[in-house]
Design a protein around this ligand. Structure first.
Ligand code: F6R
Length: 610
């Protein structure tokens, strides 16, 4: 989603703003802009279409020399990516605002402002906030903080915003409702951003605004209100490892993140399993109390995280013996839901800020579950803070928009969780050791699987000119096939669909011809023979098959079938292992097609709007 940065300092801040935007660029990159209050108290505003580099170049030609300002990188919601729709949006000569989120009642407010004579120069919902603030300030003219608070009370929807006023040139006012805002605390200077990672170069102390908070930030003071009440929020120290965001020898972040998987899975398992059993204490006391009660599990997530939930269902039902349902958050949140007794509600999210998932959690709390857990990669994120307990995925920061290491670390967490739940359902110590042995082997097997990289790069040439692809899997490999199809479509723009292989004959088989590559995941599991019969149906229709298969699965290369042997793993953890070659395939196909691998068109990393 869009990114916000701001600074109130004694030094020139345009470099800080632009560096902050660069760090947030993975969230939105259609256009970018900044507004800085110049020493003569005028607004210096630059807006450009395209990447942050374009803004940087423009600022070099027209340097902003002020010490207070705000900036934005945009992922378009209202209005095309054009200069006039970029942020900051302005009103009069004094007000500039940047905004993440969507104002749902903007049309009504816009009509009102139009009737009062305000002229709109953009198609954004944000401009209406700028005019409302301008109008209110004309009426009040005393305390800018209270002006903004009055206006915010009229907004419906989700927003994180930051606003400056040349009449009060020493402060920024920020507000959070449904879209995150943090304050970076400095010495004699303060900063604001939608994500602390934007400010790693200037501070390591952060105040996370809570829902409904509005704050006034100046160089040496921070005032926060929630509604009418003055509140105090403690700063937390975050060690944002800047090296982590460097690409090193890799061509893309996504590639780096794929190759980090052995290490981050090891980190995620470390301290949570021993040589023979699950170390439950690592989940915390609260977790254990809740897990003891659980008789049913409801998982809710979006996109790739939802696919992790779909794999987890096979483990929670198959290993732990508990009924488990999985749903897409944007559907769950608007549905009449019947909650089974002693049901644990689990959200999964890389970012911890996905608006639909967060709304689903809040709705679930109204319905009443026996506990709320999240599997998340970002400490202090909204989902973590609003859940009873969380099991973190230690994936490190994921920059590539297409999720890779976050997914496999989510799976690692669910593998551990399902063993912990299975123990409560009578899993023997001997069987627990077998599962834990498999988990301890996992990082090594992933390393071996990554060695397929060259072979998969070679294979990717077959896909360079294709327009469609089908992915097939059975059992727990079906969600893996779904994840493979999602990766291919999001970064290479090839239309791809996934089916449980047994479903092929019920419709999709009609699509199969020599131009339709069919990719199958075929571990040596109990459904292998069934899968082989399904693949015969494809061969018989002249389809070209690419089978990622266990060395012991008995596939042979022939004219219509290319086999890529995947290292042997356990049936339990095959879904994690078979994800890797599909990630590599989509990566190499995208590189071949010359797409923007780390920042695919139309997508954003963290979807803080509905
Ligand atoms: C796909 C991808 C998305 C996210 C989805 C949920 O590669 O990354 O599908 O998985 O937007 O995001 P989180 O996990 O942050 O809740």
């Amino acid at each position: 989603m869009c990114g916000i940065v701001g600074a109130v300092a004694q030094r020139k801040i345009s470099g800080i703003l632009i560096e902050g935007l660069r760090r947030l660029e993975y969230r939105g990159y259609d256009s970018a802009g900044l507004a800085v209050i110049s020493p003569d108290n005028s607004l210096h505003c630059i807006r450009t279409v395209g990447k942050v580099q374009v803004l940087d170049d423009a600022e070099e030609l027209s340097p902003a020399s002020g010490t207070v300002g705000i900036a934005h990188t945009r992922w378009a919601t209202h209005g095309k990516p054009e200069e006039r729709n970029s942020h900051p949006q302005l009103s009069g000569k004094n007000i500039a605002i940047v905004h993440n989120g969507i104002i749902e009642n903007f049309q009504e407010l816009k009509d009102e402002q139009l009737a009062k004579g305000y002229v709109f120069t953009s198609d954004t919902d944000t401009e209406v906030i700028a005019h409302l603030i301008h109008e209110q300030w004309q009426a009040d003219g005393k305390d800018f903080f209270s002006t903004v608070r009055k206006v915010i009370a009229r907004l419906e929807g989700a927003y994180g915003l930051a606003v400056i006023n040349t009449d009060t040139p020493d402060r920024i006012v920020v507000a959070r409702s449904g879209s995150p805002i943090v304050i970076g605390v400095g010495i004699g200077e303060n900063f604001i951003a939608s994500d602390p990672s934007a400010l790693g170069q200037v501070t390591d102390r952060f105040i996370y605004l809570e829902e409904g908070d509005v704050a006034e930030v100046s160089r040496d003071s921070i005032r926060i209100y929630n509604g009418k009440e003055k509140v105090s929020r403690k700063p937390v120290r975050l060690h944002l490892d800047n090296d982590e965001v460097l690409k090193g020898n890799y061509r893309h972040y996504m590639q780096k993140e794929i190759f980090e998987q052995p290490e981050v899975i090891r980190n995620t398992l470390s301290g949570r399993i021993s040589k023979s059993h699950v170390l439950e204490k690592s989940f915390g006391i609260k977790a254990q109390e809740i897990l003891d009660k659980v008789k049913h599990v409801q998982i809710v997530a979006c996109g790739t995280s939802n696919h992790a939930g779909l794999v987890a269902r096979y483990w929670i039902e198959g290993v732990a013996g508990l009924p488990c349902t999985v749903e897409i958050a944007s559907e769950y949140r608007y549905r009449k839901v019947l909650v089974p007794e002693n049901c644990l509600f689990i959200t999964i999210s890389q970012s911890g800020e996905t608006a639909d998932t967060l709304a689903a959690l809040r709705y679930a709390k109204e319905l009443g579950y026996c506990g709320y857990m999240t599997v998340c990669n970002v400490a202090n994120s909204s989902l973590v803070r609003e859940s009873d307990f969380s099991i973190m995925t230690f994936a490190g920061r994921e920059i590539g928009v297409a999720s890779t290491k976050a997914f496999t670390t989510q799976l690692a967490v669910f593998a551990v969780l399902s063993i912990a739940l299975a123990k409560r359902n009578g899993l023997s110590a001997e069987d627990e050791k077998k599962y834990v042995d498999d988990l301890n082997q996992l990082p090594l097997i992933i390393e071996q699987t990554l060695a397929l990289d060259d072979a998969i790069r070679e294979l990717s040439h077959d896909f360079g000119e294709k327009h469609h692809a089908l992915f097939l899997g059975r059992g727990a490999q079906y969600p893996v096939a779904k994840e493979g199809a999602l990766k291919l479509k999001e970064i290479s723009y090839i239309h791809a669909e996934a089916y449980p292989a047994g479903e092929l004959k019920h419709g999709p088989l009609a699509l199969v011809d020599a131009d339709m590559p069919v990719i199958a995941v075929a571990p040596n599991d109990e459904l292998l023979e069934k899968l082989k019969s399904n693949l015969q149906e494809v061969s018989a229709r002249g389809g070209q098959l690419y089978v990622f298969a266990d060395t012991q699965a008995g596939f042979q290369n022939n004219a219509g079938l290319k086999v890529i042997n995947v290292p042997h793993s356990s049936e339990f953890l095959d879904p994690v292992v078979y994800t890797i070659p599909l990630q590599l395939l989509s990566y190499h196909v995208a590189v071949l097609r010359g797409t923007d691998v780390d920042r695919p068109r139309n997508l954003a990393k963290s979807l803080t709007v509905e």
